[in-house]
Design a protein around this ligand. Structure first.
Ligand code: SF4
Ligand code: SF4
Length: 476
């Protein structure tokens, strides 16, 4: 058996590092990162999350609810259907709440476990790993890909490159159609797209998002995480010494270096060696091309690939696992991680309150809105039989997804005469303009302006759907 460690890779590793000697006064060109495939607990975990996320993304727009697409952000009609709930531009505050809750959820997760969102859930990472999966299947392992790129073009290289880009474009296209299917009915969109009869904007959006997905996951990859995404820059503001993040235990790992396999772990210190065998695997599996042994870096997306790679090496060497692990600064310096701490509790409390309020708001939301518009031409007029008349238009907005019949009543105006329809049927998601007049004997009016209310109620709904709006009856 060889005495050397079999995992040592002799291929020169191209990492994303400046070459100061060659490019003193210029921007350093980016080195392509050849990500090595890795197996391990965290990789399995990420694939599991990725599959759930991907499955949810693909399946959600196909679900029907009450005969409608369950989730449809219909920008043209200015309404968002989320299962039974329809949100209108007037409900923008709910959207603001959802964004605030998402922000606090991100703060909470980042304070607790660093950039796990980036490593396990972010679409950029998920799609990048899907594209790398195709790359690996078609062009081979990392070393084969490096050699393929260094080779001149031949038939083998040509078909592999062509097939890779074709598969990337297909994934990007399906992603784009699915994404656009959240904004326009997806079943019709698929038919229209494959019969070349989509509307201009739907077609343009599909082409645009295909290009974005292909460019981001195929070409830009880590550039998006390290240079464009603002989260990489401000995440450090949320870190503290108890935040779990991927880190290398330098006290245990140094002095790094190759060694004969026969040296027992307990004899390493006698030889002046730490646990790191300097195999570089942790760098080769890193999707952002960094060396975690250099300490915490903003490029690290906490994907845990280096943890899996290093654990595999430690297993082969019969060393304890965890030379690179999810750990905290406190733990690395010999202390213990404090899970319950004021900042984390603060985020959790705000998150719980905001989520509770949002749920309450949604549960108590009335799917009906009434706007009252007075006749602008005349404040009042006298009818032939001597009554004082005010004219109004009631804009009745049915914010539900089914047709409703509403009854309109006037409250607080004794002796009035209601002229016009007092029941109206409104299609789901539509506004109905109801012109009406109210007439009253002038002797019944004590003031020039009399406050009263319109009460509008759905009469064929099992739930109580009613709205009361104030208005004024004007005389003189
Ligand atoms: S930290 Fe682990 S994976 Fe990285 S070079 Fe050292 S032994 Fe290899
Ligand atoms: S250093 Fe490790 S955890 Fe960070 S991005 Fe690279 S592989 Fe992922």
């Amino acid at each position: 058996m060889s005495e050397r460690i079999p995992v040592k890779d002799v291929t020169p590793v191209k990492v994303h590092k400046p070459d100061a000697a060659k490019h003193e006064n210029a921007y350093t060109p980016r080195s392509h990162i050849y990500v090595r495939a890795v197996e391990g607990t965290l990789e399995t975990f990420r694939r599991f999350f990725g599959l759930i996320f991907l499955g949810t993304f693909v399946i959600l727009p196909w679900i029907q609810f009450n005969g409608n697409q369950a989730i449809l952000f219909d920008i043209g009609a200015q309404r968002f259907n989320i299962f039974g709930l329809t949100l209108w531009p007037q409900d923008l505050t709910l959207l603001a709440w959802i964004l605030i809750i998402s922000a606090f959820a991100l703060f909470f997760v980042t304070t607790f476990a660093g950039r796990v969102w980036c490593g396990f859930m972010c679409p950029q990472t998920t799609w990048t790993f899907i594209f790398i999966w195709f790359e690996e299947r078609i062009e081979g392992s990392r070393n084969k890909r490096i050699k393929l790129d260094q080779r001149k073009m031949d038939f083998d290289k040509f078909w592999r490159k062509s097939l890779k880009h074709f598969s990337w474009v297909m994934v990007a296209l399906l992603t784009a159609i699915t994404f656009v299917g959240y904004f326009t009915p997806i079943d019709q969109l698929f038919v229209d797209f494959f019969t070349l009869s989509t509307s201009f904007w739907a077609g343009f959006s599909i082409v645009f998002f295909t290009f974005c997905t292909y460019g981001n996951a195929g070409w830009m990859r880590e550039i998006m995480c390290t240079h464009i995404c603002p989260y990489a820059r401000f995440q450090s503001a949320m870190f503290d010494k108890d935040t779990f993040t991927v880190a290398y235990d330098s006290a245990r790992g140094e002095k790094r270096g190759p060694r004969p396999r026969k040296i027992a772990h307990e004899n390493l210190s006698e030889k002046g060696l730490g646990d790191c065998i300097d195999c570089n695997l942790c760098v080769q599996v890193c999707p952002t091309g960094i060396d975690i042994r250099n300490g915490l870096q903003y490029e690290c997306i906490n994907c845990g690939a280096c943890v899996d790679a290093c654990n595999g090496v430690m297993e082969k060497m019969n060393y304890p696992k965890g030379l690179i692990s999810f750990t905290s600064e406190h733990e690395l310096s010999g202390g213990t991680t404090k899970i319950v701490r004021p900042k984390l509790v603060g985020y959790a409390v705000v998150l719980a309150i905001m989520t509770g309020l949002l749920i309450f708001e949604i549960m108590t939301r009335v799917p009906l809105e009434v706007d009252i518009i007075r006749d602008r031409n005349a404040l009042y007029r006298e009818t032939n039989d001597g009554l004082i008349e005010n004219v109004f238009t009631l804009k009745v907005l049915n914010k539900s997804q089914t047709a409703q019949t509403y009854r309109v009543e006037v409250i607080g105006l004794e002796g009035h005469k209601y002229i016009g329809e007092n029941t109206v049927q409104v299609v789901g998601g539509e506004v109905f303009n109801l012109p009406i007049s109210i007439a009253i004997d002038s002797y019944a009016l004590e003031e020039q302006v009399t406050e009263f209310r319109f009460h509008v109620q759905a009469i064929d709904s099992e739930n109580s759907i009613e709205v009361t709006e104030s208005s004024k009856f004007i005389y003189r």
